[in-house]
Design a protein around this ligand. Structure first.
Ligand SMILES: Cc1cc2nc3c(=O)[nH]c(=O)nc-3n(C[C@H](O)[C@H](O)[C@H](O)COP(=O)(O)O)c2cc1C
Length: 195
């Protein structure tokens, strides 16, 4: 099946003399909040958007600006490792990379630094977005993982940050806020202007 995003990217690329041109948003979401943010970001930037899959991740090769977002699981930005592992093949060194992670931890500088450290990324490429957790609606597999991780998930976090995460997991939480995408969108726009 033809992927319309890819066709559009190829057309644009050809129109610009075969150079990779614009922006793609790739996201990995389990229960929808990371997808919601990705859609808002793609809309704001008029960018192409695809859900993460092993088969299609290589499309990033065709773009100059890559926004990659994943939900956070045990402090890991899910699937980011796949992008990093293929950095050479995808030619990432010559591109602008923006990463967002969606989690339930608090939006504190300390927590953001911890996520960067755990995922081996630079602080200035990372944007943290608070997500959603509804204990009654979450996929069974995620609920099971969460139950299994309940003693390890808070490791390395400060006591204050861990307390916030604990409460949000116990009671459910909806931190999705469309306005929170603004810093990321502005950073991508700035990169587009510089080209
Ligand atoms: C198994 C599991 C582990 C999680 N671990 C973390 C975590 O370490 N840090 C965090 O901030 N949020 C954590 N969360 C919360 C999710 O990242 C949050 O609910 C997010 O919004 C889910 O994104 P999604 O709706 O796109 O799937 C965890 C959730 C689950 C189910």
């Amino acid at each position: 099946m033809k992927n319309p995003n890819r066709q559009a990217a190829i057309r644009r690329s050809e129109a610009h003399g075969g150079n990779d041109t614009d922006t793609i948003v790739v996201y990995n979401s389990s229960n929808g909040s990371s997808m919601q943010y990705a859609e808002l970001i793609a809309k704001a930037l008029d960018a192409d958007i695809i859900p993460y899959s092993k088969k299609t991740l290589g499309y990033v090769t065709l773009y100059r600006n890559i926004v990659f977002g994943g939900w956070i699981r045990a402090r890991e930005i899910t699937r980011l490792n796949m992008l990093k592992q293929n950095a050479g093949q995808f030619g990432l060194a010559g591109k602008n990379i923006f990463i967002f992670g969606v989690g339930l931890g608090p939006d504190t500088e300390e927590y953001k630094r911890l996520i960067c450290k755990r995922n081996g990324i630079e602080r200035d490429t990372f944007y943290y977005l608070e997500g959603r957790y509804n204990p009654d609606k979450i996929k069974r597999v995620d609920a099971a993982s969460l139950a299994a991780m309940k003693n390890t998930i808070y490791g390395e976090m400060s006591e204050e940050d861990a307390q916030v995460l604990r409460e949000r997991i116990e009671n459910g939480y909806d931190g999705v806020d469309p306005l929170k995408i603004i810093p990321l969108v502005e950073a991508v726009m700035k990169a587009k202007e510089i080209r």
